[in-house]
Design a protein around this ligand. Structure first.
Ligand code: S3P
Length: 175
């Protein structure tokens, strides 16, 4: 038992979900995703929440989700939306892992995906790439400041990164 959670933070498209699933496979802990929790709570997609209720409403849902995770979830791998790191209780939910890459690498990762158009379409904050880059520059030091560990993702596969995280956080592997 890790008796805590592992929280993956980082910019949109960096690969938090894929790494969470790999960590789940290797450790036997469940993976949950903050955006999935919000979508199920609201019974609508993130894109629709932004469109119908606006970003501040979505940020309040992230904070509510963060309090719920802190109160009720243990021994889980938690992947998060790119802005979730700003919740006030992040470091009380678990150990924070920042997945780092530069903006070009993130764009290349998204554009290289077979469903690139769909991946961009569902993210309201990726509609204007100049604005997305400015957001990235603003957030990068903030992600770093909240991180217990920083994992460089460029050119690495999920197996390699999962191994590093488990080693750093002293988590036993079952697979
Ligand atoms: C957001 C990132 C998205 C999602 C929402 C807002 C952000 O999640 O939470 O569109 O503020 O960076 P991903 O990081 O999974 O794309």
């Amino acid at each position: 038992m890790i008796d805590s959670n592992i929280i993956l933070i980082g910019f949109m498209g960096v690969g938090k979900g894929s790494l969470a699933r790999e960590l789940s496979r290797r450790t036997g802990y469940y993976a949950v995703d903050s955006d999935d929790l919000i979508e199920s709570l609201e019974n609508r997609k993130i894109k629709k929440i932004f469109k119908e209720k606006g970003e501040p409403y979505f940020r309040a849902l992230e904070q509510r989700t963060a309090h719920w995770l802190e109160a009720y979830v243990r021994n889980a791998i938690i992947s998060t939306g790119g802005g979730f790191f700003a919740v006030e209780n992040l470091n009380r939910i678990g150990r924070v892992v920042f997945l780092d890459a530069d903006f070009e690498a993130i764009c290349a990762r998204i554009l290289g995906h077979p469903k690139a158009a769909k991946k961009i379409k569902k993210r309201p904050l990726l509609q204007d790439m100049a604005k997305a880059q400015a957001l990235f520059e603003l957030r990068r030091p903030l992600y770093t400041a909240k991180a217990d560990i920083i994992v460089q993702t460029e050119g690495r596969d999920v197996e390699d990164m999962a191994r590093e995280i488990c080693q750093e956080l002293d988590i036993p592997l079952v697979n």
